[in-house]
Every structure is written in C-alpha cells, then in structure tokens.
Design a protein around this ligand. Structure first.
Ligand SMILES: Cc1ncc(COP(=O)(O)O)c(C=O)c1O
Length: 382
C-alpha cells in the first residue's frame, strides 16, 4: 500500500459491504428480477471496475452507465455482462455500441432513422425510454413511440430489447406523482405490438416503495453503495445497508496558534485562545469542497472543526488538544461509537449524498477491501 501512493489521504471501499447490500436488496425483489448495477460516474465515486466486478459476483446481471464512453471503458477492461447506457448517445455511435454489445437508450424516432446509417452487421439492442413525468429524456408522444417501434421492426439490425421510465419522486413519502408516472408508463406498454423483453422503471427507492409487479428489472445505484435514497423513506428500505465508502487523511502538521492568529486564505478564522491546529492534505481539488469549512471530522476519536477556508489541496482543523503528526483523521467512516456519513456532509453542504460521493475526485487513491483484507489499491496517477 505504501508503494502504491505517496500521499496521506485515501478512500477505502468495502467491497464486502457492496456485495452484502446487493444480497440484502435482492431478498426483497420478486423472483427473477434482473438487477442492473448502476456504476455511472465512477460508480458514484467508488470505482467503476471494482464495483462492477463485486456487483456482478453478488448477483447483479447487468451494468448501467450514463454515457457510451463509460460502457466502452468497462468493455475495455473485460466486462462481458450486458451494459445499458442510460443517457443520450450520438446516432453516429450506434454501430460502435452494437459492435460491443452495448445497449442504448433511445427516445426519438428521428434518432433511429439517423442511426440506421451507422449500423453494420451487428444488431443494436435498444431500450426505449418513456418520459412519464421526469421531463428529462424520453418519448412523450405515443404516436412517435409507435413510429419508433415500426422503424426498428423494419430493420433487422435493431431490436427493442427493453422499455423503461424513471420516477421523479420515488424517494418521497407522498406516492401520488410516482403513481401517476407508473400509470402513464403502463399505458405506454399497450402501444407495443410485441412486448419488449425487459421492462424497468425503478431505481433504489422505486424498487421497494411501489408495486413492481409489471416490471422485470431494477436499476440499483445509491442503495448498492449502502446509502438510503432519502431520509424520508429510510424505514421502508431493506436493512441493514452498510455504507461502502470511507475517507481518511492524516495530520501532516500540528501547531500551536496563539490567540489572535489567523488561519487560511482570507484570514477568515482567528484563534480565540491558544489553539492546536492540524493541517490535513485534502482540499477542494479532491472533492473536499470549500463549503466544508465549519464541518466536523474525527481527529483520532475526537470531533474537530474545519477552521478557515478549505484550500485546493489542504485544510485545517482545530484539535481539542495537542495530537501527534500522523494521527489518522476520519472524514467519512466509523470510529469507535462515532461516525460521519456522506449524508452528514451532504446536509452540511445543502445537497444530497449522491453529489457528495460523486464529487470525490480521481486524485484520491482508493483502497479496496474484500474479505476484510486489502484486495487492491488504485492510484489514478500511477
Ligand atoms: C435512469 C436512472 N436509473 C437508475 C438510477 C439509479 O438511481 P439510485 O441511485 O437512486 O438507485 C439513476 C441514477 O441517477 C438513473 O439516472
């Protein structure tokens, strides 16, 4: 581990937790439901390859990403499982996707007409996306949906493998809007002459908070990483789910400031008395953003506040007493009876844990644990 990176800040990803979460989640699904592991955005900051492998080993059968480049990256690294690109892909890349067995999300009849030019002998597997109320990607017009089916059916190099939608409010207690979306989606299914093999609508929250009888696949992101989609529905999600990601650093300098001394850019923090300040080698270029000022971390086992502005590569904390340089500081994770969750960071920053996880940049090395031991270290810079 020492030789793999040369910086005292690192993320630990517990692959056992990811696998346990998938098993836990799958217990509550109806039989034969296909699990798509959503590994877009570097697996929500956890690492594309390691999470994809762990998820497939734990029973996920598909992978889902946002963009074709992410899918090609997985193929390049040997993943042969079906991969669905959830976002938009250029029609010009239809042949490339087909050649790699990568499924594309399609939401316009014109796209299909354009894509035909770029297909060779490989069949492009298509998942038609219906916009039932998210207002993002998807067919909104049933006539156009029908037209899409006809154009695809007329071309032997394309096949409608799936049809799907996405809920805007699956993680809210009030089910009214999601129910309306589901009704619209079910009505759209009647358009098809031949029902597509895969019908999916639910993300983590949707999979457990509604009747999924009409669907045969789910798309798990956040819950697979051990996080509950939103506080609103925590009691209704399968439990226990174990957060897989921890973030650590070490104190690289510990110094005593005198009353009146200042800390960091803008000199926004002034020591009120003699204080012990530790410098940590993590900053906003790692995703530890400037809004983290004022947040508490665990210096050893003690809560310590981030004081002064967070810099690009460093930030400072106020210690309750003098501590040794090299002491481990937990930014996300458990220490004794205390813990800091990505949810806490998100609450501090006025955002959601999805964003806090994705913000952790590639510069931070990742240590992967499996069966309790270090399985792999990944340093993007190596
Ligand atoms: C289309 C689609 N499906 C599924 C997911 C996974 O959602 P979650 O992380 O809430 O499980 C996402 C994530 O944003 C998504 O955009």
């Amino acid at each position: 581990m020492i030789n793999e990176f040369h910086r005292d800040t690192w993320i630990e990803v517990d692959l056992d937790a990811i696998q346990a979460n998938i098993r836990q989640l799958s217990k509550r699904l109806k039989q034969n439901t296909v699990i798509m592991a959503v590994v877009k955005a570097n697996a929500y900051g956890h690492g594309y390859l390691e999470v994809a492998e762990a998820a497939l080993d734990a029973g996920a059968e598909w992978l889902a990403v946002a963009f074709l480049d992410e899918a090609l990256f997985l193929r390049k690294h040997g993943f042969t499982a079906p991969i669905l690109v959830l976002g938009a892909t250029r029609p010009d890349d239809a042949g490339l996707a087909a050649a790699h067995g990568i499924r594309l999300t399609v939401f316009s009849a014109d796209w299909i007409r354009s894509a035909r030019e770029f297909l060779k002998e490989d069949t492009l597997q298509i998942h038609l996306k219906i916009d039932t109320g998210m207002g993002r990607l998807g067919f909104t017009d049933l006539k156009e949906l029908k037209e899409a089916e006809t154009v695809i059916t007329d071309d032997s190099r394309m096949n409608i493998e799936g049809v799907f939608t996405h809920f805007a409010t699956a993680d809210e207690q009030d089910r009214t809007y999601a129910d309306q979306q589901q009704e619209r989606f079910l009505a759209c299914l009647d358009v098809f002459e031949k029902k597509p093999a895969m019908i999916h609508a639910s993300n983590s929250a949707g999979a457990f908070l509604r009747d999924n009888a009409a669907f045969n696949a789910v798309r798990f992101g956040i819950s697979m990483y051990g996080l509950v989609p939103s506080g609103d529905i925590s009691s209704e999600m399968p439990a226990p789910l174990t957060p897989a990601l921890s973030l650590y650093t070490k104190m690289v300098q510990v110094k005593k400031l005198k009353a009146g001394d200042k800390v960091s850019y803008g000199a926004t923090y002034t020591a009120e008395q003699d204080e012990w300040i530790a410098t940590l080698p993590i900053g906003y270029a790692d995703g530890w953003i400037r809004q983290m000022q004022g947040f508490e971390v665990l210096a050893g086992e003690y809560r310590a506040e981030i004081v002064g502005r967070v810099c690009m590569d460093q930030c400072m904390i106020r210690l309750p007493f003098e501590m040794k340089e090299g002491t481990v500081v937990t930014l996300v994770g458990n220490v004794s009876n205390d813990r800091i969750l990505l949810d806490d960071i998100a609450a501090h920053n006025g955002t959601i844990h999805y964003e806090s996880a994705c913000l952790l940049t590639a510069r931070v090395p990742r240590i992967y644990r499996k069966n309790g031991a270090i399985e792999k270290v990944f340093n993007h810079l190596k």
